[in-house]
Design a protein around this ligand. Structure first.
Ligand code: PMP
Length: 443
């Protein structure tokens, strides 16, 4: 039978909702925008106008220089100058780019082990293992630690990579309302069957899966309460620190640092190197036994080539700076600068009357624009004013909660932040973004 072209229609074209389909066709220029420079504090965006009727773009040949408020470059390490970039360049000279083998088959170099032992030290855990991709770290390691007969309790706003991993694992899943501890406890309570002569739990194990800082909400997980619940109900805790590691806590050690808890209270630490460390890949950390198990069973380790040398050296170099073992206080300065920038930017947005989601210390700063129809206007108008921003809508958010998601970096100067604030002030006026009431249901 001939293939049916309809089967290949992109997902967003096939949504039942005519309104959404029509809208996304017309605003495609604000997504997948190519940039023509390093994604540092400033970027060059390549101007491209969408041609609505034949699914193509017209390049104007112009490069628009803009403040980068969209990359997860929290500590400013995504640069092509400086010690980290130099480490990567040296690394290519010594080791090339590829290892052409998986970790178990001649793909393990000394620098992989060095990275893992540094991570162990940094996170205060027994052992750690690094992977080439953050997304795969979640998607392929959850199936290595959970299976049919286990119960996974997942936050309602968890990242797609976590959801995919949970689905692939075959475990039973229950979802609790975002950051709602009462709902989490309800599910935990219901997981125990009250029978005679003693309570019976029909699950081999229960794993609570949460994130440190939520990437679309900017909220921070309520770790102390989650730890208390996990201990009470004898569950395990899987923590995705993609947006929190390096970015929150007085020493940049993520949620453990922020909440002043013990690293041991989290059973499975997961994080990525694509954000605060300005590189690529992810890690899992925790007890020795756990990491040994993952080394044996993880598809993300056994069946894929090991991390590239320049990538690993860039991470090692930025990690040493963050840990302060490079002999300077540069890392601590970056962490403090990020915290200052976040507070400054958030405070001014709230003062201007915008609705800003998330925790006051979160470097992810979502400003609500609600109406999907305003996505393109906000994005284009901000770019006209020299600010490259990310605007997000359905299906990444609910259809009525479209938003601009600013990502603040330690590399942003006060002038850049002031410029961005002036721009959003004007654009907010232009497209009526200010609402007087703060949504009481969100934190
Ligand atoms: N976890 C979370 C919470 C994320 O937001 C992301 C991506 N932004 C990932 C995992 C995947 O990480 P990576 O982009 O490094 O593959």
């Amino acid at each position: 039978k001939d293939p049916n072209p309809e089967d290949f229609v992109p997902l967003y074209q096939s949504y039942e909702c005519f309104y959404t389909r029509n809208m996304y066709t017309r605003i495609r220029d604000v997504f997948n925008r190519p940039i023509g420079s390093v994604a540092a504090a400033e970027v060059d965006v390549i101007e491209r106008l969408s041609d609505d009727y034949n699914w193509s773009f017209r390049f104007t040949g112009k490069k628009l220089h803009a403040i980068n408020l969209g990359s997860y470059n929290y500590l400013g390490f995504s640069e092509n100058r400086g010690p980290c970039a130099q480490a990567a360049i040296e690394s290519i000279k010594n080791y090339g780019v590829a290892n052409c083998a998986s970790r178990q088959e001649l793909g393990t170099q000394r620098f992989h082990q060095e990275l893992e032992s540094l991570l162990t030290q940094y996170l205060g855990v027994e052992d750690a293992i690094a992977f080439g991709m953050g997304f795969a770290t979640n998607a392929l390691n959850i199936p290595a630690i959970a299976r049919k007969g286990d119960l996974i309790i997942s936050d309602g706003l968890n990242h797609t990579s976590l959801i995919l991993g949970i689905r692939l694992s075959g475990a039973t899943t229950q979802t609790f309302k975002h950051n709602d501890m009462k709902d989490l406890e309800r599910i935990l309570r219901e997981s125990i069957v009250n029978g005679q002569p003693r309570h019976h739990r029909p699950w081999r194990k229960i794993i609570i899966v949460v994130e440190g800082v939520y990437s679309m909400e900017g909220s921070i997980c309520r770790l102390p309460e989650i730890i208390a619940l996990k201990k009470k109900y004898k569950a395990y805790l899987y923590m995705d620190e993609a947006h929190s590691i390096g970015a929150i806590g007085s020493h940049g050690k993520g949620v453990v640092d922020y909440w002043n808890t013990k690293p041991d209270d989290i059973d499975i630490h997961m994080g990525t190197f694509t954000k605060s460390f300005g590189s690529a890949g992810g890690y899992i950390a925790g007890r020795k036994k756990l990491i040994e198990h993952i080394r044996t069973y993880s598809h993300a380790d056994c069946y894929t080539a090991s991390m590239s040398a320049p990538v690993v050296h860039q991470i090692i170099s930025s990690l040493k700076i963050v840990m302060g073992i490079d002999g300077t206080d540069n890392g601590q300065k970056r962490i403090q600068q990020l915290a200052k920038n976040v507070q400054y930017f958030r405070r001014h947005l709230v003062d201007m009357g915008f609705i800003v989601y998330g925790n006051d210390n979160s470097p992810v700063v979502p400003v609500l624009i609600y109406m999907p129809a305003k996505i393109a206007a906000v994005n284009r108008e901000m770019l006209k004013r020299g600010c490259a921003v990310v605007t997000v809508g359905f299906p990444a958010t609910s259809i009525t909660e479209s938003r601009v998601r600013f990502c603040i970096s330690a590399a942003h100067t006060r002038e850049m932040l002031d410029h961005a604030l002036r721009a959003i002030d004007e654009v907010g006026h232009l497209v009526s973004l200010r609402y007087s009431v703060r949504n009481p249901h969100r934190r």
